[in-house]
Design a protein around this ligand. Structure first.
Ligand code: ADP
Ligand code: ASP
Ligand code: MG
Length: 826
């Protein structure tokens, strides 16, 4: 015999309830079936909310009530075609609604809602749904669970009277079972959740989500071959799929693992459900009503060939931590016994305990709603000790969350706890308390509630529970480089997901007008439209929102040239968000800020990368880092670092005056938006400063000697003035160019860093327009290319030479992309 439980969503819509019908009728052809149903989804909540309205004398309760009536009526109309059956069912259902209407009216009149009345009200959800399902299913026979599920009152809580219930279930189903062996193919339809008090006979229930429990109780009492939990997901998953997008279905779980995951909040099965069937060794199958072909999850005693140390992660929101402390608790026998007895007597369940080895502090995890009562009874229990000062009053910390990672194989795998806490630390999440049971099937810990989602995500990712790794990316600036980067990400997304198991999730995009954030990822085919509908651009607002998102494995990519955006890096790094900058301002700003950024990244276990600050996609910074890390010493850097200036001095000719070359550089997007940044040497100085710093020298922009070729006055005033005045320089340039050409030389704007041979810690930096003779490596440098000559202790006689495109959207974006990939670390 099978017991099949269908949850709220499975009976919640016409589509799902018809799917239920098909599933159950197919099963009924094979043998006897008990179907346990929940209320239509959302109805229990609605019943409660409506009773609150009635209690408060709010006459809107009537509309809410009538909406529930309409929902049930519409469902019946849609699913029952047979006229007689439908009329009978309407009669049954309306009778229930008439009773319920009267109860609500009573509550409304007297403004009183006792627990007894509330329990009665919420029982109607399952009573209604079970009538509907019984009428819909071929050979369906409704059975009343209040006849056989009995509870008793313990400390004001309804708990199952197991013995009596077992006996009553067996009796109630005796004829059903024997009928079925006579092949009558009857399907017993039972309302889940509801019960009756064994003494007062009042209507009670098994607690929210309790229909699963009803099904397990019946399965155990009747020795069912299997208990099937039909719900709205493909099975028991590695984590709650509503929080973790990459969660996936676990094929098999042991009872112990399932119990631990459920105890720590995996809502897919109500925690008390597992015990009764586990004792009887009845397997549980979790299946999806909306996707019945999916094999689902099988829960049983032991799993063969189980390799994975961690099976799943679950969490409980609304945790409070009560800390019992005192100086004289050390070695005192019986403190723990008193704590737990006191709480148990009050009916408060404790789901986590963590004790310092010095024994003078014990932290207890309880639900937020129990915290106040728990503190009160504990303060009363230890009143004497508190009065004498031996112990302190209970400390209560609320708004926390408990997370558990679960797996029976954890005990055979060393290093799990280390990895767990390391991963959390790198993500900036501090652990408030933790506990690991001696059985070692779970490690549970408490974090601030605001870190819950992030913790779940980083752990899911780092324990390779996910099928792929996720890197969350914010892209700031979608001009030439940023726009190209987005395009490159868009075209590579599929490939990286399939062959590298990396999901590049663009969670934020901004430009000068707007910004948009979406933790589920922005559709890159459509981002411009999405961006226009986003927030108005505001750096402070954007910073706040990004930090508030508190998203795991994330990187902020700056493709702007903005000073304001560069000021955000420090805060982002402090919040464990890596930074990739195409923007050179931060790395070339004052030395102390540069050092602080790098240090913060190191301290936080995140990255600050800016390879494209010099030479676009060329591996210059990385190479200098590698040389220095391996013990080499950079003695001299000579470089052409401005693609724009090189372009200009390659373009200049008898028929192409200087001013025209500048215009072309701007038009062809080699130059900065404002070409004066190139002509003033500022851009080259920034790059030289960065390279010099990477080589291990402390330098500021002002330290760099400048030998420029455009008079200073051109850099004052407006950009329009500048363009107007520029042709004034053409004649002089042409005269000098002729001489240069005759000498077979070329102009190159060279950046130089040279250490003093005698005293290698002192050095000089300069930028200058130089005349380079034929034969020099810089002479033939084409177009906008860059070149860097590195003279080091190891590369002395023949310096290392790096050369190639030093500007351009595609190569720069690719360099930024490479930095992003290095952070993904796959
Ligand atoms: P039902 O109404 O069928 O009883 P529930 O809403 O009680 O359904 O339980 C199913 C929900 O449990 C899923 O939609 C999912 O969001 C949530 N859930 C939480 N943790 C898990 C998990 N580890 N695996 C699957 N579902 C989970
Ligand atoms: N309808 C009840 C609830 O919403 C019981 C259940 O669905 O399992 O809690
Ligand atoms: Mg449920």
């Amino acid at each position: 015999m099978k017991v099949m439980k269908f949850g709220g969503t499975s009976v919640g819509s016409v589509k799902s309830i018809l799917s239920l019908k098909e599933i159950v009728e197919a099963e009924a052809g094979r043998g006897p079936v008990v179907v346990v149903v929940s209320a239509l989804n959302g109805i229990t909540d609605k019943l409660i909310a409506t009773s609150e309205l009635a209690k408060n004398g709010d006459s809107h309760y009537r509309e809410e009530f009538e909406a529930m009536v309409t929902r049930h009526h519409q469902m019946i109309d849609a699913i029952i075609q047979d006229d007689k059956k439908r009329i009978d069912l309407f009669n049954n259902v309306d009778q229930l609604f008439d009773q319920l209407r009267s109860i609500y009216y009573g509550v409304f009149l007297i403004h009183d809602l006792s627990e007894k009345t509330q329990d009665t009200i919420i029982s109607y959800g399952e009573r209604l749904s079970s009538h509907i399902v019984a009428a819909m299913i071929k050979n369906g026979m409704r059975m009343n669970s209040r006849d056989f599920i009995r509870t008793e009152n313990k400390e004001g809580k309804h708990v199952l009277d197991t013995e009596l219930t077992n006996k009553l279930v067996k009796e109630a189903f005796a004829t059903f079972q024997s009928n079925n062996t006579n092949a009558s193919k009857t399907v017993a339809v039972v309302p889940g959740f509801i019960a009756r008090d064994r003494d007062s006979h009042e209507t009670t229930n098994l607690g929210r989500g309790g229909s699963d429990y009803t099904a397990a109780i019946i399965a155990a009492a009747l020795d069912a071959e299997i208990l099937e939990i039909w719900t709205d997901v493909d099975g028991f998953m590695t984590a709650d799929p509503k929080v973790i997008k990459t969660a996936y279905t676990i094929n098999e779980l042991s009872y112990v693992e399932a119990m631990e995951l459920c105890n720590f909040g995996a809502k897919v099965i109500y925690p008390p459900t597992i015990y009764p069937v586990c004792v009887k060794n009845i397997p549980i199958k979790v299946k999806n009503t909306f996707n019945p072909e999916h094999p689902g999850t099988l829960i049983k005693a032991t799993i063969d060939n189980d390799q994975k140390p961690i099976k799943g992660i679950s969490s409980i929101k609304g945790t409070s931590l009560i800390t019992v402390t005192g100086l004289s608790m050390v070695g005192v026998i019986g403190v723990n016994r008193r704590i737990f007895t006191t709480l148990a007597n009050k009916g408060i369940s404790v789901f986590m305990v963590s004790q310092a080895s010095s024994e003078n502090s014990t932290s207890i995890g309880v639900r937020d709603e129990d915290a106040e009562a728990a503190a009160e009874v504990l303060n009363a229990e230890f009143a004497k000790e508190i009065e004498t000062g031996a112990m302190f009053p209970m400390q209560v910390e609320s708004g926390l969350a408990t997370i558990a990672i679960v797996g029976e194989n954890m005990k055979q795998t060393p290093g799990i706890a280390g990895k767990l806490f390391g991963t959390l630390g790198r993500s900036g999440i501090s652990v408030i308390a933790c506990a690991q049971g001696a059985s070692e099937t779970n490690i549970s810990f408490v974090v601030d509630g605001k870190f819950l989602r992030k913790s779940l995500n980083v752990l899911h990712d780092s324990f390779f529970l996910s099928e792929y790794k996720v890197l969350n990316i914010f892209i700031c600036g979608i001009g030439t480089v940023g726009g190209m980067l987005l395009e490159q990400i868009r075209t590579q997304q599929q490939f990286l997901m399939q062959s590298r198991r990396l999901k590049l999730n663009v969670v934020g995009i901004s430009d000068v007008d707007n910004f948009v954030l979406d933790r589920d990822g922005i559709d890159l085919d459509n981002y411009e439209k999405i961006l226009r509908a986003g927030f108005k651009a505001d750096t402070d607002h954007m910073r706040e929102e990004i930090i508030k998102m508190n998203i795991f494995n994330s990187v902020f990519v700056d493709c702007t040239a903005s000073k304001q955006i560069a000021t955000l890096y420090q805060t982002f790094l402090e919040h464990n968000i890596s930074v990739v900058a195409a923007n050179k301002i931060a790395a070339s700003s004052d030395y102390d800020s540069y050092v602080k950024l790098r240090q913060t990244a190191r301290d936080r276990g995140v990255w600050f990368r800016y390879e494209t600050n010099v030479g676009a996609g060329l591996p210059i910074i990385g190479t200098i880092n590698d040389l220095c890390n391996s013990g080499d010493k950079i003695l001299k850097i000579e470089a052409i670092l401005s693609g724009t200036l090189n372009f200009i001095f390659n373009e200049i000719a008898a028929d192409v005056p200087f001013s025209e070359t500048v215009r072309r550089a701007k038009e062809q997007r080699y130059s900065e938006p404002d070409p004066r940044i190139d002509l003033s040497g500022t851009d080259v100085i920034r790059k030289l400063v960065i390279l010099t710093r990477e080589a291990g020298y402390k330098v500021e922009q002002d330290d760099v000697e400048k030998h420029l070729f455009v008079p200073d006055s051109y850099f004052e005033g407006s950009i329009d003035d500048f363009w107007k005045r520029l042709p004034e320089l053409d004649a002089d340039f042409e005269a000098r160019r002729k001489v240069l050409e005759a000498g077979n030389k070329r102009w190159r704007f060279v950046a130089t860093m040279e250490a003093d041979e005698q005293n290698p810690s002192s050095f000089k930096t300069s930028v200058a327009l130089k005349e380079v003779p034929y034969g020099h490596p810089f002479y033939g440098l084409e177009g906008s290319n860059n070149i860097v000559l590195l003279t080091t202790e190891r590369y002395k006689e023949y310096p290392m030479l790096i050369q190639g495109y030093g500007a351009g959207a595609a190569v720069t974006a690719a360099g930024v992309f490479a930095n992003i990939m290095s952070i993904a670390n796959i």
